[in-house]
Design a protein. Sequence first.
Length: 156
Amino acid sequence: MVTITRIDEADREAWERLFRDYLRFYRQDLEEDALERLWGELRSGARVHALGARVDGRLVGITHFLAHPSTWGADVCYLEDLFTDPAARGRGAGRSLIGGVVSWARGQGCGAVYWQTHQANSTARRLYDDVATFEGFIVYRIPLDGKDTTGAAQNL
């Protein structure tokens, strides 16, 4: 059985392992100071929030999310990161984490929960197609950290 709880100080090592695995999946890395800043944000719960999925008391999945204003209505909740240990997949952890975020967002008066994933992430998309509606939006990004390898920002 999967239980969903807030991430707490005792989860630091397991959370970091899962988050680094998530980053590796997307071929990303995070400098130590950025990781520490994120951990502090998650612990304070003021702007960015975290939930964990547990099976037999063991942290097997994580999600990070935040609420922000919407120009179209009620605030919305952005589910930024969701990752489940591959060994625990198929046991409902991902679905339960999304449910936890939805419950939190409802409690905050949000009008919707949304997220993005890579089109090639077929494993996650099977779950997402089951619990949410794909509305066809495409994401564009302009990196401001000097890591733009496309040269697109030079067009501004």
